[in-house]
Design a protein around this ligand. Structure first.
Ligand SMILES: Nc1ncnc2c1ncn2[C@@H]1O[C@H](COP(=O)(O)OP(=O)(O)O)[C@@H](O)[C@H]1O
Ligand SMILES: [Mg+2]
Length: 343
């Protein structure tokens, strides 16, 4: 639904060049909620602004719903009209809501409909329908200053939906909100994704956000995407930084000459019998250093950190046994061996 390829953005300010995007290849499937994570300055906002052409990319292409927006942006007035139409099908939600304070809630939602040239009657019908959808039907006549932060963001979301978009872009939509309001706004985005089949690309710096609503995630560093995939794929990738951030298990080795292993299992797979089998078969004592079961991206995932006596070389056979049981095994603190294990 959204594909960027080789997307590059170089800002020129005061004689300096800043490469905010350095060849970003991102693919978001139709109907998916994709979360982009990364530290401040990583290029997340530049990415989202380039996806809807608020910012002109320096190089690369952006395709949304099969339409190459970058090609439209480069051509004459007729293409300009097509680009405006294409952009009206992309909703955008901002961190600071960007509501007009002198307009009522309803008039704020009607604004993009005015720009689209809809009649007064149609605008008002659509705005009330959208306010109902975001749970604010009774505040249509209020002014932004009379609303809480969460309510303002609901108005921002209703406004973003005015052009019946297929795609919703959200840049840190919840970072100005308290945790409880954050949860309710995320739930709303998730509901809209399901009800309307909206594809959502959201930017955040909070892992919890990804955990509760995203189907897939991408990690940005220095203008590049360094990891991406569905939550399931990430959890199944040995050594994935995103996976361990999504689903951390604690526990330190109890001494030298120990092998520490993270065992990841999905759905119903029970590790308990496997661990005791392992212990019996190889006659070794296994310590459990940490364990957690959680729902990540709608999937049940369990992770257990265990410790075997002896170094990794001494444990090749038991580790092989665990892999044969279909469990995902990450050896902790042995980078070269982790790589070997990933083959
Ligand atoms: N309009 C701009 N002009 C110049 N530099 C910019 C502009 N917008 C962003 N940058 C720079 O580009 C880099 C990426 O910024 P941004 O996309 O806002 O990252 P993020 O949203 O991940 O914090 C930063 O170094 C930032 O200072
Ligand atoms: Mg930003």
């Amino acid at each position: 639904m959204i594909t960027t390829s080789g997307l590059t953005k170089v800002y020129r300010s005061r004689g300096r060049e800043i490469t905010a995007l350095d060849g970003v290849d991102l693919h978001v499937r139709e109907g998916e909620v994709c979360g982009v994570i990364g530290q401040s300055g990583a290029g997340k906002s530049s990415l989202i602004r380039c996806v809807n052409l608020l910012e002109r990319p320096t190089a690369g292409t952006v395709t949304v719903a099969g339409q190459d927006l970058t090609a439209l942006a480069g051509r004459g007035p007729r293409a300009g009209k097509e680009l405006r139409q294409a952009r009206s099908r992309i909703g955008m939600v901002f961190q600071h809501f960007n509501l007009l304070s002198t307009r009522t809630v309803q008039d704020n939602v009607e604004l993009p409909l005015e720009i689209l040239g809809k009649s007064g009657k149609e605008r008002s019908r659509k705005a009330l329908e959208l306010l109902d959808l975001v749970g604010l039907a009774d505040r249509a006549g209020a002014y932004p200053a009379q609303l809480s932060g969460g309510q303002k963001q609901r108005v921002g979301i209703a406004r973003a939906l005015a052009g019946d978009p297929k795609v919703l872009l959200s840049d840190e939509a919840t970072s100005a909100l308290d945790p409880e309001t954050t949860r309710s706004i995320l739930q709303l985005l998730r509901d809209l994704n399901r009800q309307l089949g909206l594809t959502v690309l959201l930017i955040t710096h909070e892992m919890d956000v990804v955990k509760s609503v995203c189907d897939s995630a991408a990690l940005m560093e220095n203008g590049r995407i360094v990891e991406s995939g569905t939550v399931g794929e990430l959890l199944a990738t040995p050594g994935s930084e995103l996976a361990s951030a999504l689903f951390p298990v604690g526990g330190e080795a109890t001494g030298e000459d120990r092998t520490v292993i993270d065992v990841t299992f999905h759905g119903e797979a029970a590790t308990q019998p496997v661990i005791s089998q392992l212990s019996r078969t190889y006659n070794i004592d296994i310590s459990i250093l940490g364990a957690a079961i959680d729902t990540v991206g709608g999937l049940q995932v369990g992770r257990m950190r265990i410790e075997l006596p002896g170094r990794y070389e001494d444990n090749v056979v038991p580790v092989g046994f665990l892999r044969e049981q279909g469990l995902q095994i990450d050896v902790v603190g042995a980078p070269q061996l982790v790589k070997e294990g990933a083959k």
